[in-house]
Design a binder for this molecule. Structure first.
Ligand code: SF4
Ligand code: SF4
Length: 563
């Protein structure tokens, strides 16, 4: 076996078959894709002493404890018995299990927070909520592993925190838990999968709610809204990456590997294959843990222009990667899902693939260039059939880009340049990350409330005169401006302008002459604002007759007029 063979097997988990010229070109292309080193990703660690809490009715909890006491220290939170322990000096009792004392406490679990090595369990005792660790004289968060035997477990996220086991009455899952738990003492590390840049996040501004896309798709509950920003708990994160895939601004990014590394690898891979064969490849994105063996079998029976590329998690790529792969010359991009793909990740992938299809069609390409295929339906190579005529004539060469919207701009520009788009714009589904804002100029008073909250700088004002401007490419359709406008003058319109110049141009969306102070002549507001105030205050006794004139004076002259 050569070093190259080993490198391919290490990466894909299997070798690429075939000796003919096409197969050789595929191997070379894959090795080109693997060149270079990824940015190192920081690590997240868990320290566990292996203390296990078993939650459940006393008989079953003690029976499960019997399987564990030889290898780990455990104690029981019995959920079905009458609590006699409040009167005991220790606050808990002990039971003999397999010759060892197992502490048992009675109570109803109310809340479980944390992860392997640091669980905090809140129970109800004596009609009060108390932390279990305190009752047991442990340090706060001192429970390392939780085995929850309830049929209806307390934690219900699609992906549970590491160290929390909830077989929910399934005996094979219980057996698996009993075999995994003894291994969970020690220090464990995993990559910090995602990075968050609050400076470009559109979650909220000045208390007005905006984007929640990352929170909505996270299957592990590792993202929460905290003080107007997104809080990422890296210990709960399983690295599915759909948060980064759906993020409209690029504030949430996948770090394992980062975007620049992914794009550069795919560019080298696709261009190498094209240069050697004059053909465009079909790119298969899969994760080896769950789809690897099926992909290996399918690839063995397909033409060598199908190139598998392993990614950490299929949910971690989005339109910036797929459209760039098409711009780099892929004839098709296929994302392989499995039964292990969490439903929320699958839903996110489906909506992103749909968006990619609408964009591609609008750009003059086939909408099924990017497809999602379940591994179950993957054995049929007909599923991968693509129209060979739908190829990019000239492949893009851009690279070194680690910003989502920059990568998207390059992909759009290239696909437009070499394609046959016949439209001026593409109307997009609601929730898409591109679009315009429609301003009802009759209602807008140019108060600039929208400008003060726009997180992406799409809306701006003119320091010299009452003028509202808009840069369409910067708008991520977060809706914060729509909610901030006191006049209800803003509505969103998701779309993509195909004229690159117009897309990047600052345009005026409303303007007026300034209203001049009747005393000093200084411009201080707009006529529409004055009219709006007159309308609102017309019944007010202070603003009758000459009183109305105060609305026509600047702040300084109002003060002068009062004294
Ligand atoms: S902009 Fe990105 S990081 Fe911010 S809330 Fe939306 S999806 Fe999350
Ligand atoms: S213009 Fe409005 S919808 Fe667009 S990014 Fe700014 S606040 Fe969000």
């Amino acid at each position: 076996m050569t070093d190259s063979d080993r490198e391919i097997i290490d990466y894909l988990g299997f070798d690429l078959p075939g000796e003919n010229q096409l197969a050789q070109a595929r191997r070379t292309a894959l090795l080109r894709g693997l060149e270079g080193s990824a940015e190192p990703t920081s690590l997240v660690s868990y320290t566990s002493a292996g203390l296990v809490l078993i939650i459940g009715p006393e008989p079953s909890a003690l029976s499960v404890a019997e399987s564990l006491v030889g290898s780990v220290t455990c104690f029981v939170l019995a959920t079905d018995a009458i609590d006699n322990t409040l009167s005991t000096p220790m606050g808990y009792e002990k039971r003999q299990v397999a010759g060892q004392d197992v502490p048992i406490i009675f109570g109803k679990p109310e809340k479980i927070l944390g992860h392997l090595g640091s669980f905090e369990v809140i129970i109800e005792r004596d009609q009060r909520e108390v932390e279990l660790a305190k009752v047991m004289n442990l340090a706060s968060g001192g429970i390392d592993v939780v085995l929850d035997l309830a049929r209806d477990p307390l934690l219900r996220t699609e992906l549970l925190p590491p160290g929390y086991f909830a077989p929910a009455g399934d005996s094979s899952r219980l057996d698996q838990a009993l075999s995994d738990i003894p291994e969970l003492a020690g220090i464990f590390e995993k990559p910090r999968y995602v990075q968050y840049n609050p400076d470009i996040c559109a979650h909220s501004e000045r208390g007005i709610a905006g984007c929640t896309q990352c929170i909505d798709v996270c299957p592990a509950g590792s993202l929460t809204s905290l003080a107007g920003r997104i809080s990422v708990d890296p210990h709960l994160c399983h690295g599915m990456g759909s948060c980064a895939a759906v993020c409209p601004t690029g504030a949430m990014t996948y770090a394992y590997p980062n975007l620049a590394r992914t794009l550069d690898s795919l560019r080298r891979l696709l261009s190498s294959f094209r240069e050697a064969t004059d053909l465009s490849a079909v790119l298969l994105l899969f994760d080896s843990e769950h789809a690897g063996s099926t992909v290996k079998g399918v690839v063995a029976n397909m033409a060598a222009d199908v190139i598998p590329w392993r990614i950490e998690e299929v949910g971690s790529t989005g339109i910036e990667v797929w459209l760039s792969a098409v711009a780099y010359g892929a004839r098709s991009v296929v994302i392989v899902t499995t039964t292990h793909t969490p439903p929320s990740t699958r839903t996110a992938l489906e909506s992103q693939v749909k968006l990619a299809g609408v964009l591609l069609e609008g750009l003059g390409y086939s909408s099924n260039y990017v497809r999602l295929i379940d591994v179950e339906h993957f054995s049929d190579s007909a599923n991968l059939a693509v129209d060979p005529s739908s190829e990019i004539r000239v492949a893009a060469t851009y690279g070194g880009i680690d910003e989502k919207r920059v990568a998207l701009r390059f992909a759009f520009d290239h696909l437009l340049q070499v394609g046959n788009a016949s439209k001026d714009l593409i109307d997009l589904p609601t929730g898409s990350p591109f679009g315009t804002v429609n301003i009802d100029t009759d209602a807008c008073t140019l108060c600039m409330a929208c400008v003060s909250v726009c997180p992406s700088g799409a809306l701006d004002d003119d320091k010299e005169q009452p003028r509202l401007t808009f840069l369409e490419w910067n708008c991520v359709q977060c809706g914060i401006c729509e909610r901030a406008c006191p006049e209800g003058a803003i509505s969103l319109h998701p779309r993509l302008l195909l004229n690159a110049e117009q897309r990047m141009q600052v345009r005026t969306v409303n303007e007026e002459s300034p209203f001049l102070c009747i005393d000093c002549g200084k411009p201080f507001t707009t006529q529409s604002m004055v009219s709006k105030m007159e309308e609102k205050l017309k019944g007010h006794r202070m603003f009758q007759g000459d009183g109305l004139k105060s609305l026509h004076r600047c702040e300084d002259c109002q003060l002068k007029a009062m004294f």
